[in-house]
Design a protein around this ligand. Sequence first.
Ligand code: PMP
Length: 283
Amino acid sequence: RTVYLNGEWLPEADAKVSVFDRGFLFADAIYEVTAVIDGKLIAYPGHAARLRRSLDALGIPMPVGDDELLALHKEIARRNTIQEGLIYLQISRGAQDRDFVFPQDLAPTLVMFTQAKRVLDNPKWKTGLSLQTVPEGRWAQRQIKTVQLLYSSLMKTEAARKGYDDVLFVEDGYITEASSANFHIITTDGTLVTRDLSNALLHGITRGSILDLAQRAGLKAEERSFTVDETRSAAEAFITSASSFVMPVVSLDGHKIGDGTVGPTSRRLLEIYIEDQLQQGDA
Ligand code: PMP
């Protein structure tokens, strides 16, 4: 693989970042993941906009302009012949001698790599996921897409060893989101319910697209907090993310959601999401 690092295209074995990089020492870095289908970037404008919001929130300067950022995404897909897969981008505050206090003039570290991978025809779309609820344990600024992913990684790994596909974080009785996706339910009267945006959850780009599509499809939608009990009695549930699109959830803590199979509304939203994204341009 060819990797992008601070202005250079390098074989992955030659791409090296300082041990003093604050991304490494303090998780002082943000990231984005953008899917590619048929060589086309999916929902790119949303990811580029959120990247800027994450950097602004942490006071990390944006190392490249808008046009160059888009050009880099296209170029890395081209260099690695990615027709279908993911583009990962990470920007850290930069390197300095280890100190909690950082100066304002550090040069950010920009890294990009690709993962060739089938994102269409995900076999899990047919079976749906089994999730386990766990206490929310991440920091309170979850709207910033930082690389501080240890709690999510530990919880998902533990759940995976018990046979679950993912975890669902619960705070004060309400669901925030899954380890790396937003969570939504369809109530028995056919309403899409998804948590309202706040610092409690990442403002998912796919979540935003799905709300728009639901509105266009005439589906009633509500943005509000909801509990584990409400989820257990929902007709359907699904998660959304840049890599899984609309992924059905069929059980929670071993209890079936609805009849325990992939529901018609989740399936329909997945279909119209793919259709809609493939019709849109890169930027
Ligand atoms: N929440 C979290 C915690 C995530 O990590 C992600 C995916 N990176 C999402 C939600 C979904 O966001 P998006 O649709 O922009 O991929």
